[in-house]
Design a binder for this molecule. Structure first.
Ligand SMILES: Cc1cc2nc3c(=O)[nH]c(=O)nc-3n(C[C@H](O)[C@H](O)[C@H](O)COP(=O)(O)OP(=O)(O)OC[C@H]3O[C@@H](n4cnc5c(N)ncnc54)[C@H](O)[C@@H]3O)c2cc1C
Length: 399
């Protein structure tokens, strides 16, 4: 393999890839290009400890890590084009453009936050949470807010609602689907999580979308809902998801997956794109599985697992570790966790519910497909072993 490995995107996936190739003994050049001016930082705390003010330092690694591992970290360096023919990427830094040559290229550029349409940039009080600056801005706005509206009750929207309640800001959480989080965890579990919000006095409005964000004199004042009602708010957080921002791949010939299968950079089951020496991983990547089905997943552990797989592929090692899909969310002092890949339509078996904490199994055709819990860390992790091989759900329900 020719040097160097050039990684585009100095977030979780990029840093883990760099660390893993070094861990596997790769001694050639590793260049880590990050568009932001910050050293690489972690995203999960942004909607949690950063909004509540419990933490502002979310660096992925100590400052000395990059020099110690001989990783050439270049912050403030945005890749604006990729040319596989010449094996170069074009990098914009301080207004100047330079080409950087690669032997192997890894794309780990994450997502950009989707904005609510029709809101002028100069309107104050309307926020998203994707970067550290976004989270600090929400934190600052929360200190002055008298009433907040959170648009979108996905995991990030739910976490922001919980963080704002911790700061004692009154919150309305607005979700067009009938049940928050139903697309991710199914209706039964979505209801159990919604219960936590209602108990914390969040005004949860479901089954109704937002028509318009209203501003007066350059500052947000309310949001108008599709049912004709209006919610007063001097702080609005828009949590309607993100999208892979891939303009920099235009003209590169690197295949983009169709929108219906999640979009993102199309890869095989070990992260290779259709162009030699180019890989993609993390939130921006859409890998195919053994059955040829495509998946683009936006979870922390998934990104870490993919970075390990791509690193092994690049350095020619084999990986024997069997991973079980996992994600977590923190809301109202509870750790909500899911193991496995259940479909929202799978059968749900709630085996423990004390009115706040709960544990449930999912099954399809009698076989366990996943486990979800809130405040049940030990019990949930015990179930992990049962997801490594097909396990009849009856064995868990009877046991
Ligand atoms: C607020 C928030 C809370 C989250 N909470 C959880 C959670 O509780 N549990 C969980 O499982 N997951 C959570 N996630 C998801 C998790 O953080 C992501 O899955 C993970 O960060 C993905 O890693 P990544 O490397 O693909 O992207 P990122 O970590 O987003 O890194 C991508 C990097 O690429 C850079 N970049 C983009 N374009 C370019 C370019 N052209 N040139 C150079 N650099 C570029 C970006 O600036 C960014 O730093 C959360 C995400 C967010 C935003």
């Amino acid at each position: 393999m020719n040097d160097p490995i050039v990684i585009v995107g100095a977030g979780l996936g990029g840093v883990r890839l760099a660390e893993s190739v070094r861990g596997a003994g790769f001694e050639g050049g590793v260049i880590l290009l990050g568009a932001e001016d910050h050293p690489p930082y972690d995203h999960p705390p942004l909607s949690k400890e950063v909004v509540t003010g419990q933490s502002e330092r979310v660096d992925l690694k100590p400052a000395e890590f990059y020099a110690e591992k001989n990783i050439d970290l270049r912050t403030g360096s945005r890749v604006v084009a990729v040319d596989p023919d010449s094996h170069t990427v074009s990098v914009e830094r301080d207004g100047e453009r330079r080409d950087v040559a690669y032997g192997t290229l890894v794309l780990a550029t994450g997502l950009a936050a989707r904005r609510f349409p029709g809101v002028a940039d100069e309107v104050t009080g309307v926020h998203v949470i994707r970067t550290i600056e976004d989270a600090l801005a929400v934190r600052a706005a929360a200190g002055k807010a008298s009433r907040a509206a959170v648009i979108g009750a996905g995991f990030i929207g739910c976490e922001v609602a919980a963080s704002l309640r911790k700061l004692e800001v009154p919150v309305t959480l607005i979700e067009p689907a009938p049940t928050p989080l139903a697309a991710a965890v199914g209706e039964t579990i979505g209801e159990l999580i919604t219960r936590l919000h209602r108990e914390a006095d969040v005004d949860v409005r479901t089954g109704v979308g937002v028509d318009r964000i209203v501003a007066d004199d350059g500052a947000v004042t309310s949001v108008e809902l599709a049912d004709g009602s209006s919610v007063d708010a001097d702080l609005v957080v828009v949590g309607i998801g993100g999208y892979p921002e891939l303009d920099y791949l235009e003209g590169s010939g690197i295949e983009i997956a169709p929108r219906e299968s999640g979009g993102g950079i199309a890869c095989n089951s070990s992260g290779r794109t259709d162009i030699p020496d180019v890989y993609a991983l993390g939130d921006c990547a859409n890998w195919s599985d053994a059955d040829g089905d495509r998946h683009r997943v936006e979870h922390w552990t998934h990104t870490v697992d993919q970075a390990a797989l791509v690193a092994a592929e690049i350095v020619g090692h084999e990986i024997t570790h069997q991973s079980v899909p996992y994600f977590w969310s923190d809301q109202y002092g509870l750790k909500i966790q899911m193991l496995g890949s259940p479909n929202p339509a799978d059968d749900v078996h709630v085996v423990d519910d004390d009115g706040r904490k709960f544990l449930a199994y999912y099954s399809r055709d009698g076989i366990l497909t996943g486990v979800v819990g809130a405040g049940r860390v030990g019990k949930l992790m015990k179930a992990r072993q049962h997801l490594l091989t097909p396990t009849p759900i009856s064995a868990l329900l009877d046991g």
